[in-house]
Design a protein around this ligand. Structure first.
Ligand code: G1P
Length: 271
């Protein structure tokens, strides 16, 4: 059973400056709702019972967003606004399942995930990258049901344009299980076009085994001097650990770039 999720949130969000100079990119509204809430809702709907937020001192605003009880109470006491009461109840529900861990010196996704090591109880956990929104279908839920059948690690996958492979983790496939799922042979972080094994990219939904922490503990820096989760996953695959790639059904929205962020509001508005 997958009960815990990790969400790395310590990134600086430089691709969304100036919006992120004083605000957390994950709280920016997407069609009137904080981007992070879409990710939390995906987790809750997939049966997740605890979410670990990896934040930093610079991102305390995220903690405040979920711990602002007094502010809500004051307003609700003054006027019984049903919409605000509903929002407050929702925030309180979120607060109950969120734990915070700090990564004050962000050194990459792998480095972030390692910070949650002592909080993970089960053999497998879910990890979501908040820049990647997937709408119209709960990707985490589908991945959990694959995991329940195969009892292995699972990663979300999507075909991308060949000329953009150096922006993603890229898979090579071993064998198809069915139309939407395949066994992963290898994965490389941001390869150049010439050496990319395919144009099947890693998208930010992962079901990982606890064994990943051992690899992360001695993971050397990779592309761009960062500790990448992809590099540790690669080492686990080399050790014989089974990883399934899942071509998800929903629509992908890249909220980590300004263009993608603007488009995501329009796309969600249309649904
Ligand atoms: C991260 C991962 C990469 C993955 C991507 C998906 O990259 O390192 O493997 O393809 O997320 O969004 P980042 O977006 O942090 O550069």
């Amino acid at each position: 059973m997958i009960r815990q999720a990790i969400i790395p949130l310590a990134g600086l969000g430089t691709r969304l400056l100036p919006l992120t100079s004083v605000y957390a990119k994950e709280l920016l509204p997407i069609n009137g709702k904080a981007g992070l809430e879409y990710i939390i809702d995906e987790c809750l709907d997939a049966g997740i019972k605890e979410i670990i937020f990896i934040i930093s001192k610079k991102k305390e605003i995220i903690r405040k967003y979920f711990y602002n009880d007094k502010f809500y109470q004051k307003i609700i006491r003054k006027k019984k606004d049903l919409r605000i009461i509903k929002e407050y109840k929702k925030i309180k529900k979120y607060k109950k399942i969120i734990k915070f861990v700090y990564q004050n010196n962000p050194k990459g996704t792998g480095h972030a995930v390692l910070k949650a090591k002592n909080l993970i109880r089960d053999k497998f956990f879910l990890m979501l990258l908040p820049d990647d929104l997937i709408i119209k279908r709960n990707c985490s839920k589908d991945m959990i049901s694959i995991h329940n059948k195969k009892k292995c690690s699972v990663m979300a996958s999507m075909k991308v344009q060949k000329r953009t492979v150096n922006r993603w983790g890229i898979f090579s496939k071993r064998k198809y299980i069915n139309k939407n799922n395949f066994y992963i042979k290898d994965v490389v972080e941001k390869p150049d076009i010439k050496s990319a094994p395919s144009n099947n990219a890693v998208i930010g939904r992962y079901i990982l085994s606890k064994k990943i922490f051992k690899k992360l503990q001695n993971q050397k820096k990779g592309k761009g001097g960062e500790i990448h989760i992809t590099d540790s996953i690669r080492r686990l695959i080399n050790d014989g650990e089974t990883f399934v790639g899942h071509n998800f059904i929903g629509k992908y929205l890249d909220c980590g770039t300004m263009e993608g962020y603007i488009k995501s509001s329009i796309e969600i508005y249309k649904t």
